[in-house]
Design a protein. Sequence first.
Length: 435
Amino acid sequence: MRRLRILISAYACEPGKGSEPGVGWNVAWEIARYHDVWVITRANNRSAIEAAVVESHPRVPRFVYFDLPAWARWWKRGQRGVQLYYYLWQLGALFVCRRLHRQVGFDLVHHVTLVKYWAPSFLALLPVPFVWGPVGGGESAPRRFWRTFSIAGFVYEVVRDVARWVGERDPFVRLTARRSAVALATTDETACRMRILGARKVYCFAQSALPCDELERLHPGDGAKAAPARFVSVGRHLSWKGFHLALRAFALAAIPECEYVLIGDGPERRRLEGIARRLSVSDRVEFLGQLPREQVFQRLRESDVLVHPSLHDSGGWVCIEAMAAGKPVLCVDLGGPVNLVSGGAGIVVPADSPERVVLGLAAAMRQLARDPGLRKAIGAAARSRAEEKHNWRNKGQELECFYQRALGIASTRGAPGDGRSPASEYVGLDENRSA
């Protein structure tokens, strides 16, 4: 099979990172094992990328750096204005990549990051087959949970719903969906929304994975220790992350010999600390703040159970890291983590109501705290699943299969944009719920 010329759009792309920067970086390198890869990414990623790239490596992706001019980005500070900046960056990237396409002649374009279905990828306008995703964002925290949020958390959910509603009506988002030869969704909820937008060939494909070296660094060693157990949560302190529910569950579980460690920071931290004090568990709950990734790995190895009560996560990168460390994952029956921990890698709590989640988490905490053997069995299943299903080597092979499907569809009906067939008429593949 000949090596293809692949253009990857990865706004977020950095080595040694989790979440979206890790997705962009690892997809680029895994696909470079099979094909010649060009990656368009932000210019502020350049120093980290160039420090990590070994030019003598036989398959090095070619990185193309692009940012809006200074006069067009002065208003962007951190997360402020990032959504508008990203939209404009996508538009500017199209003009850069059109010139590059005339020089290179790409066989396929793949949008990788940001992992958000309700923003367009203008690279879909290039006259070659287009792979969209995996993208997420179709998941929502059920309205019955909003009453447990802070005012800021409540406002965030309202604004998110409005922004998503507007995005779904953006003609360029719909054009992105219609022109995709293959569309990859992180969850069933997102897959449904992508089909409504006009994507014809939609597959569920989790974007969370670990490279082989991180899988090795997280190796669990001797497995679960005897009681007492130590619970850990990792993530930004936001209402939709559900840590306020986990704290209530920890107090209800009434297992005084156990500890609960929260790693991360954010606007909800002070509220969470107040909840711990009111529930009289602050002496057994530790807030460590933001830690470097290697220290997070160490904390996961030292803990016994990951508590991940997120209410609308598309993926849940830390779930894969905990599984690789041989730790059971406690999560809520919402969003992407449910798919990650299937196959006995954790315990999923029903999400009928906030009260039901608290009761379910508390019961699972008691069960795992008192049964080291159960922790060890679930942890072993979690480690096995991380090695088999969530390592980047396997993800690269699966993406290669999706590329061949996209090219097969394009050759049957004509590539999007060549005037021979609209994307909505593509045939040849059944719509599957999973890869």
